[in-house]
Design a protein around this ligand. Structure first.
Ligand code: NAD
Ligand code: DAU
Length: 354
C-alpha cells in the first residue's frame, strides 16, 4: 500500500481531497496530518473516519522534531501539502502567524521529506516520491486589464501578507527541487467554494448571514473580481496533477468563472430568498457596504489552458449549479454551521486528541 501524507486534511479543501483519495484509491493509505486550528474540523470527514485506509494524525507542521519522527516512522510515498493559514483578513491583523505556518511549516515539511528520502534524492530525481505543494493564484498579484489572465509564467507579485507567505513557500519548494532534486509539483488555484467552507470567507459568510437575517458586509463598492471554482473540481484537479503532472512543473487551476463580489452576493440573495420562501428582495436589503480590505486586490483570473491541454482537466460544474448545491448543503447541514459558529465543533475532538 502506498502511504500518502495529506496535510491540512481537516480544513475546507483538504477534507475534499482526503475524501477523494480515500474513496478512489483503496490501495493507498491516507494519513491526514492536521493541527486542528480554528479552521480544522474533523466533522468534515465523518463519512471516511472509519475507512480501513485512513488515519488521522494530530500534529503541527511548525514542529520540526515531530515531523522528522513521523517521516522516520512511516515511509511516505508522497505528500500533498495543504496545511496553511488561509484567510487574507487574518493575515492583515497577524502577519507573523502566516510566516510561521505557511513558510516555516512548509520548510519543515520539505526538510523532513529530504531527510527521509535522502537515498532516493541522491539517486537524482527520486521518481518514486512526490512532494505536491498546493498554492494559490494570489501569488501573482492583481489584474487590471480585463483581457489579462494569470499564466504559469506570470511573475510573482504578492500583495497581502497571506499571498506573500504562500509565494515564499512556493519559492522554497522550487528551491528544494533545484538544490536537492526534491521531486515537486505545484498548483496555483483560484477561489474555491462549496460544502464545509469556513464561514469567515465570502460565500459561506453570506449564506450564514442571510439565514440569520444579519447584515451582509460587502467590502468597498463590491467591485473586486474573483474566479470561482467548485471545491470538488479542485480536488479532482489535485488528483490529476498528483498522478500525471510533470515533476518540477506548475499548473494553474481555475474556473473560468469571474464574478464581481456584488453581483455574486446579489445572485446568492436571489437563490436564498427563493429557497427560504421569502419575499424577493429580503436578502438584498441586508447588504451593507463596509470599509474596504486594506490593499484589496482588484481582480484574479486564471488561465488553466495548460491543465486542460496537457492533462485533460476541466471544471465540471456551471457556477449557478454549484452555488445552488452549496446553498442546499448549508441548508441541510445547519448543525455543522451552528457547531462552527458556536465553537462546539472543537469540544468533541479536543476530548479525543487534546
Ligand atoms: P483552511 O483554512 O480551510 O484549512 C487549513 C487547514 O490546515 C486546517 O484544517 C488547519 O487546521 C490546518 N493547519 C493550519 N495550520 C496548521 C499547522 N501548523 N499544522 C498542521 N495543520 C495546520 O484552508 P483551505 O481554504 O482549505 O486551503 C487549503 C490550502 O489551499 C491552503 O494551502 C491554501 O493556501 C490553498 N488554497 C486555498 C484556496 C481557497 O479558495 N480556499 C484557493 C487556492 C489555494
Ligand atoms: O484566490 C484564492 C484565494 O481565495 C485563497 O488562496 C484564499 O485562501 C481564500 O481565502 C480566497 O481569498 P479571498 O480573499 O479572495 O477570499 P474571501 O472569501 O476572503 O473574499 C472574497 C472576496 O470577497 C474578496 O474580494 C473580499 C470580499 N469580501 C470578503 C469577505 C469575507 C467581502 O466583500 N466581504 C466579506 O465579508
Amino acid at each position: 500500500m502506498k502511504k500518502i501524507l495529506i496535510t491540512g486534511g481537516a480544513g475546507f479543501i483538504g477534507s475534499h481531497v482526503v475524501r477523494r483519495f480515500v474513496n478512489q484509491y483503496p490501495d493507498y493509505h491516507i494519513y491526514n496530518l492536521d493541527a486542528l486550528t480554528y479552521a480544522g474540523n474533523l466533522e468534515n470527514l465523518r463519512d471516511v473516519e472509519d475507512a480501513a485506509n485512513y488515519t488521522f494524525v494530530k500534529g503541527d507542521i511548525t514542529d520540526a522534531v515531530f515531523l522528522d519522527e513521523l517521516f522516520a516512522n512511516t515511509d511516505f510515498y508522497g505528500v500533498v501539502h495543504l496545511a496553511a493559514e488561509s484567510h487574507v483578513d487574518r493575515s492583515i491583523s497577524d502577519p507573523l502567524a502566516f510566516v510561521v505556518t505557511n513558510v516555516i511549516g512548509t520548510v519543515n515539511l520539505l526538510n523532513a521529506a529530504r531527510k527521509a528520502w535522502k537515498d532516493d534524492l541522491a539517486n537524482r530525481g527520486a521518481t518514486n516520491r512526490l512532494f505536491y505543494h498546493v498554492s494559490t493564484d494570489e501569488v501573482y498579484g492583481e489584474l487590471h486589464d480585463p483581457n489579462e489572465f494569470f499564466l504559469e509564467t506570470t511573475s510573482y507579485d504578492p500583495r497581502s501578507p497571506y499571498s506573500a507567505s504562500k509565494a515564499s513557500s512556493d519559492h522554497f519548494v522550487r528551491a528544494y527541487h533545484n538544490t536537492y532534486k526534491m521531486p515537486v509539483v505545484i498548483s496555483n488555484c483560484s477561489n474555491n467554494y462549496g460544502p464545509n467552507h469556513f464561514p469567515e470567507k465570502l460565500i459561506p459568510l453570506m449564506i450564514h448571514n442571510i439565514m440569520q437575517k444579519k447584515p451582509l458586509p460587502v467590502y468597498g463598492k463590491g467591485e473586486n473580481v474573483r474566479d470561482w471554482l467548485y471545491v470538488e473540481d479542485h480536488a479532482r484537479a489535485i488528483d490529476t496533477i498528483f498522478h500525471r503532472g510533470k515533476v518540477g512543473e506548475t499548473y494553474n487551476i481555475g474556473g473560468h468563472n469571474e464574478w464581481k463580489n456584488l453581483d455574486l452576493v446579489l445572485l446568492l440573495c436571489k437563490i436564498m430568498d427563493d429557497k427560504l420562501g421569502r419575499e424577493p428582495g429580503t436578502a438584498e436589503s441586508l447588504i451593507t457596504y463596509v470599509t474596504d480590505r486594506a490593499g484589496h486586490d482588484l481582480r484574479y483570473a486564471i488561465d488553466a489552458t495548460r491543465l486542460k491541454t496537457e492533462l485533460g482537466w476541466e471544471p465540471s460544474l456551471q457556477f449557478e449549479e454549484g452555488l445552488e448545491k452549496t446553498v442546499d448543503w448549508y441548508l441541510e447541514n445547519q448543525a455543522w454551521l451552528d457547531n462552527v459558529t458556536s465553537g462546539n465543533y472543537k469540544k468533541y475532538y479536543e476530548e479525543m486528541y487534546g
